[in-house]
Design a protein around this ligand. Structure first.
Ligand SMILES: N[C@@H](CCC(=O)N[C@@H](CS)C(=O)NCC(=O)O)C(=O)O
Length: 234
């Protein structure tokens, strides 16, 4: 039986199943990356809800795991050398889980680094730019009179959609026929632009038919359907 009692986060979110990967998250586009990956890789996990409404991410217990006060974060009780491993940053977690299981990351060295390249493209580009666009378009629209920030991030969002549309020409997934962690990092953000931000028309998604078809393809996966609702908000 694993003992996670040395991790202060377990005081606020007790581990009922300490042998399972502990997931601290919320169903945001960054959060669902990890629950979807865990479902796809069939790894047993225990989800814990980090509520932004309660500022859970600012509590000392959460900050002990991620001093950057962001979800998702995990503890793997069975980390390298059998020791528990705490980890934050969704891209690092996806890579870690892929290497741990040997799933959803190509083994061929060239394809592997190409997959990591697209993962980094999401982490450094798609996530931050789409997130800033959503902020100004949806959440701060009534706080600003200057159109500059919204236009800047809208243009970046369109540009990035165009890059993805090009990459997806003739490919089912970012790496071709094989679904990978690059997809798990990316499509939740496309879903958020169309769904949560309600910005599909503004962005002009009909200009990016490969991206639209790709999103539908990813959302049709049973593991995606399960991962999108973990941790449950109930
Ligand atoms: N680069 C980080 C970003 C994580 C992130 O921005 N998480 C957001 C939710 S999508 C968050 O926790 N926000 C809470 C806050 O900023 O207080 C990652 O990919 O893990």
């Amino acid at each position: 039986m694993s003992d996670l009692s040395n991790f202060p986060i377990t005081k606020r979110w007790p581990a009922a199943h300490p042998d399972r990967i502990q997931l601290y998250s919320l169903t945001t586009p960054n959060g669902v990356k990890v629950s979807i990956a865990l479902e796809e890789m069939e790894l047993p996990y225990e989800p814990h809800l980090v509520s932004f409404g309660n500022d859970d991410q600012m509590t000392p217990e959460f900050l002990s795991l991620n001093p950057n006060n962001k979800i998702p974060a995990i503890i793997d009780p069975d980390g390298p050398n059998g020791e528990p491993l705490p980890l934050f940053e969704s891209g690092a977690i996806l890579l870690y889980l892929a290497e741990k299981t040997g799933k959803l990351l190509p083994s061929d060295p060239s394809a592997r680094i190409e997959c990591i390249q697209w993962l980094m493209f999401q982490m450094g580009g798609v996530g931050p730019m789409f997130g800033q666009f959503g902020h100004f378009f949806k959440f701060a629209a009534d706080k600003i009179t200057d159109p500059y920030p919204t236009e800047r991030y809208l243009n970046e969002t369109r540009r990035l959609m165009s890059v993805m549309n090009g990459r997806l020409e003739g490919r089912d997934y970012i790496m071709g026929a094989d679904y990978s962690i690059a997809d798990i990092a990316t499509f939740p953000w496309i879903r958020t632009v169309v769904g949560f931000y309600e910005a599909g028309d503004t962005v002009g998604m009909n200009n990016y038919p490969n991206v639209v078809a790709y999103l539908e393809r990813c959302l049709a996966r049973p593991a995606v359907e399960r991962g999108l609702v973990q941790p449950s908000r109930d």
